[in-house]
Write a protein that binds this ligand. Sequence first.
Ligand code: ADP
Ligand code: MG
Length: 238
Amino acid sequence: MASIDIQNVKKSFGHVHVLQDVELKIEDGEFVVLVGPSGCGKSTLLRMIAGLEEVTSGEIRIAGNRVNELHPKDRDIAMVFQSYALYPHMNVAGNMSYSLKLRKTAKDKIASVVGAAASKLGLDPLLERRPKALSGGQRQRVAMGRAIVRQPKAFLFDEPLSNLDARLREQMRAEIKKLHGDLKATSIYVTHDQIEAMTLADRIVAMYGGVVQQVGSPLELYDRPANLFVAGFIGSPG
Ligand code: ADP
Ligand code: MG
């Protein structure tokens, strides 16, 4: 696990300023939910934290180390996306083992780590199946299993449930909450869903137009929204 320290980060693509002066310190083990309208820079921020995108200025530190100075293999950040990006030619066990095999983890260690993650996620009966034989919810569980087995320092979730129907979203939301309770891994979770934000977050970060508008507990944002954007997102619908 690790703290994530985002210091005065700016990001531009050419002339387009996508993020402005983002300052955010995320504690070890904290679950932070990032909300904001489409195009406000949420995915770009996650990609920079994961080291997949350069910052234009400022810096991002994971457990005190600058992300850009870490070798990709030492960054220890797991991302879970809305599109599951599973390997279609591998079964569930293969999908969950792959990153450990790449890191030359011993076979018996792989078996025990994958076994433990599979039972946490209710995937035991599905280990031999290929992704195409799984439901959307099951695929998303495999994507999470793949992230968990690496025992990363931090999890970055980019709208992981937005392709699922409402009932499944609710169920997965409860599972993510339980998993976080077990693993206590530092997490940043992007969502459009107000209920997900309110139920999962230790703190919510509300962004608009590449600028952080407010950071606080769900209750703080609910009781004292900093502006109309935050009120509109958090406040009672209608
Ligand atoms: P969000 O995830 O909040 O919907 P994004 O981070 O995906 O927003 O995008 C923020 C802005 O940056 C958008 O205007 C998008 O078009 C732009 N953008 C994202 N990636 C690139 C890129 N590689 N090149 C140019 N513009 C980009
Ligand atoms: Mg996005």
